[in-house]
Design a protein around this ligand. Structure first.
Ligand SMILES: NC(=O)c1ccc[n+]([C@@H]2O[C@H](COP(=O)([O-])OP(=O)(O)OC[C@H]3O[C@@H](n4cnc5c(N)ncnc54)[C@H](O)[C@@H]3O)[C@@H](O)[C@H]2O)c1
Length: 358
């Protein structure tokens, strides 16, 4: 049976890295008979230009019976004057809410060949291998926002059931890793964080007592990510904290351009729709130059092959092909100033590593 994948290239460097993902997906499809049925639709600024809406109904309808969604990135200066639900970013928030994509998984590990390129000292980076589990459909991003006179308000709301489902997912994943969860909150100040901590403690005691649990305040976590990053295994946190901490953690690996992510609607991704995207944005400062690092996008494809298409062999081969390109000294400009290559040449190297290994 074919696997339906909806591609949403988006804006800025989104379509540039997405185009490289399609090249790789086509080659893997041929080599492994994956039977992928790929269709492209619009989201973000591109959708505003074409349909006057950052998430048109036809994109929603196309995604409804998909096995997976592959997204580039959205946003950019062209649409900066737009407000609220008219902004490109609103398309991304809406697709997460529409398909209940509540769990955003962001793996952060360090490839030896990138360790010299990280702004952190090499000895601090030994053993870095963490997974940030970010709650994606609640908190400040989805609370009521309003202006009154000269003040502005954003509301942060979490329910027990929203915290429970992301907590269960984080503990389940930790059992297959190094068995440790660091739950990050701001319980000394925020009521939602106090509910978060109570709920995490209850699920831990009742359902996952064998997993090590620590609670870390978000400010301390920001510091420990730099001072002792290898101490983390699974970081469980809410929407805003997860957004900020994962951009910080990306610097451990050398660049925002190397980190993939998966957003799941079900604990078992093969049972529900999931969306795969690089953690970076549309990078307007480098868009149109053909120099964006496609690695985060290609590693997002690998996550899609593994989790939604349940094809471990092609996923592992793709990851190895990306790492082998770095091992051979093939770097885009975000990772190296010397002899850097563009998005297409980097992907050429990945494609040749894939064909060589078969
Ligand atoms: N999921 C998404 O689509 C998403 C996420 C974050 C930001 N955005 C949007 O992207 C736009 C730009 O935001 P920003 O500049 O704060 O964040 P950004 O992630 O787009 O860029 C931050 C910096 O990282 C660099 N960078 C990012 N990805 C790169 C890659 N693959 N290769 C090389 N360099 C890369 C950029 O050149 C820039 O200097 C905004 O409109 C924002 O709303 C979208």
């Amino acid at each position: 049976m074919s696997k339906k994948v909806i591609g949403l290239p988006g804006d800025g460097i989104g379509p540039e890295v997405y185009a490289q993902a399609v090249r790789v997906l086509k080659q893997l499809d041929e080599q492994f008979n994956l039977n992928i049925d790929l269709h492209e639709h619009q989201i973000g600024g591109a959708a505003i230009d074409l349909h006057g809406n950052p998430l048109p109904q036809e994109t929603i309808d196309a995604c409804r019976d998909a096995d997976a969604i592959l997204l580039g990135a959205i946003g950019g200066p062209k649409w900066e004057g737009l407000q609220g639900a008219d902004r490109p970013e609103a398309g991304l928030l809406k697709i997460r809410k529409t398909f209940n994509l509540y769990a955003n998984l962001r793996p952060v590990s360090l490839q030896e060949s990138l360790s010299e390129l990280s702004p952190l000292k090499k000895d601090r980076l030994v053993g870095v291998d963490m997974l940030i589990v970010r709650e994606l459909t609640g908190g400040l991003y989805f609370g009521k926002k309003f202006r009154e006179g000269d003040s502005a308000t954003d509301t942060c709301t979490y329910s027990v059931s929203e915290i429970e489902r992301i907590t269960r997912l984080a503990f389940s994943i930790a059992k297959g890793r190094r068995n440790k969860v660091s739950s990050v909150d701001k319980a000394n100040v925020m009521e939602t964080s106090r509910l978060w901590r109570e709920t995490v403690n209850r699920i831990h005691t009742q359902e996952f007592p064998e997993v090590d649990l620590e609670h870390v305040l978000v400010d301390a976590c920001a510091m420990h990510l730099i001072s002792k990053p290898s101490a983390f295994d699974v970081i469980l946190t809410e929407n805003l904290f997860g957004d900020i901490l994962s951009d910080e953690a990306s610097m451990l690996s050398g660049s925002l351009g190397v980190l993939p992510s998966a957003s799941l609607s079900k604990q078992d991704p093969s049972q529900g729709i999931a969306l795969y995207e690089p953690i970076h944005g549309s990078a307007p400062d480098i868009a149109g130059q053909g120099i964006a690092n496609p690695a985060a996008m290609l590693l997002s494809v690998a996550m899609m092959l593994r989790h939604s298409l349940q094809h471990e062999e092609s996923a592992a081969l793709l990851e190895k092909a990306v790492f082998d390109s770095w091992n051979a000294g093939v770097f885009t400009a975000d990772l190296s100033n010397e002899n850097s290559v563009g998005s297409k040449a980097f992907t050429d190297s990945v494609l040749s590593n894939i064909s060589r290994s078969v």
